[in-house]
Design a protein around this ligand. Structure first.
Ligand SMILES: Nc1nc2c(c(=O)[nH]1)N[C@H]1C(S)=C(S)[C@@H](COP(=O)(O)O)O[C@H]1N2
Ligand SMILES: [Mo]
Length: 250
């Protein structure tokens, strides 16, 4: 018996080889062209426009899935890490004197409310133990305490401001800054946080006051809040300007 391979002539083999080669070259040129197109397209907030448009579509989709009813999973206190990871020190001078700190709340241009840490500590306290997630790929269960942003808004009569689409926050030196959609800010698990593991917040964790916002990735949990403002336009955002997604929701 002869095997079927013997019926394939040398001519056919050549034809198939050439066909394969041509397909491969076409594929390769396609890749190079696609890469050139992406590379040469206009940049929009640190990312080629076609990629940014995909990020924007994702954002439109996922921002609709968030509602007050959806809480981040919480854990018993015993699950919280004793040694809490420190990540990202932009805008945090190591020698910072918290005695000189105050929170500037810009109610509207030219109308700023100045608050001390004592003012903030006198508001009702809320605690949360949740899995803190960083975009870099790590997560850690940690334990935080502070005032709910929504309680803070009620107490200081900022309800008109909270009707705007975004809040903007930045460090006292303005070197790190984030913008956050108001729905996430008003979420019941979002805290202006002054405690970690039941103790005053350490400097590297953003003393005297930081944001804890479990519905977002770590990048949005701004450490050492200096200024808070409200806006219908997207406030500037440090990592957005460097090509990340604006929403950064979980
Ligand atoms: N001021 C300031 N806040 C910041 C950052 C930063 O570089 N500077 N990094 C962010 C990032 S990327 C993460 S993951 C968290 C880490 O918080 P932790 O140091 O308390 O773990 O802080 C966020 N807040
Ligand atoms: Mo992060």
């Amino acid at each position: 018996m002869k095997g079927p391979e013997e019926f394939i002539s040398q001519k056919q083999i050549n034809r198939r080889t050439i066909f394969g080669l041509v397909m491969f070259i076409l594929f390769l040129s396609g890749c190079v062209l696609a890469w050139l197109w992406l590379h040469n397209s206009n940049k929009e907030s640190g990312t080629p426009a076609p990629l940014r448009s995909v990020l924007n579509k994702n954002e439109a989709l996922f921002s609709r899935t968030l509602s007050d009813g959806q809480l981040a999973k919480t854990y018993p206190k015993e699950y919280a890490a004793k040694k809490v990871r420190v990540n990202g020190l932009i805008g945090l001078q190591p020698e910072y004197d918290t005695a000189n700190w105050s929170l500037q709340v810009i109610r509207k241009p030219g109308d700023t409310l100045l608050l001390t840490i004592k003012d903030i500590r006198s508001l009702p306290k809320t605690e949360i133990v949740f899995d803190f997630k960083c975009i870099e790929g790590w997560s850690q269960v940690s334990y935080w305490g502070g005032v709910r942003f929504s309680d803070f808004v009620k107490h200081y009569g900022l309800t008109d401001q909270a009707r705007l689409a975004y809040a903007g926050l930045s460090t006292p030196d303005n070197k790190y800054y984030v913008g956050i959609d108001m729905k996430s800010m008003m979420h019941p698990q979002t805290l202006l946080c002054y405690e970690m593991n039941g103790q005053a917040l350490p400097l590297k964790q953003g003393a005297p006051l930081r944001l804890i916002i479990p519905v977002k990735y770590g990048v949005k949990h701004l450490k050492r809040i200096g200024t808070l403002f409200f806006s219908n336009q997207r406030p500037p955002d440090y990592w957005y300007e460097r090509g990340y997604d604006y929403f950064c929701g979980l």
